[in-house]
Ligand binder design. Sequence first.
Ligand code: MG
Length: 160
Amino acid sequence: MKIRVGLGFDVHPLEEGRELWLGGIKLPSTKGAVGHSDADVLIHAICDAILGAANLGDIGTHFANTDPRWAGMDSKYFLKEVTRMVAAKGWKIENVDCTVTLEAPKIKPHIEAMKQVLAPLMNITEEDVSIKATTNEKLGYVGRMEGVNAYAVALMSKAR
Ligand code: MG
């Protein structure tokens, strides 16, 4: 068995009046993330972790933010596609672990809903999807609510 780990990181600015999509669901928030797609920072970090583990580049390689096809795109499509790409190379996703840094709203009440949405897109169980959240203790751009970050790692396996 071949085992590979991948790391993903993403950041998006926050603006008043935008929708906040995070982990495949829309959260109630006065501020939302700005980006070419739906700006789901958590899904983007997970995609990069999965692509990284398979050494298949990054999300920008496959879904360029200059491509009009991806304007306003639901990021769940990207995760499904990334899963398909690595599966085509023989990789099975074992688990993903993520941390979101956001000052508000609180993520915790929404974590179970996110897992329910994300796990099937990766062909894994909710037990294999860990999502954690922390504020940035009011420090820096996350602390000032100017942006949101997400970090993810993915472990994958493949028969030798
Ligand atoms: Mg992004």
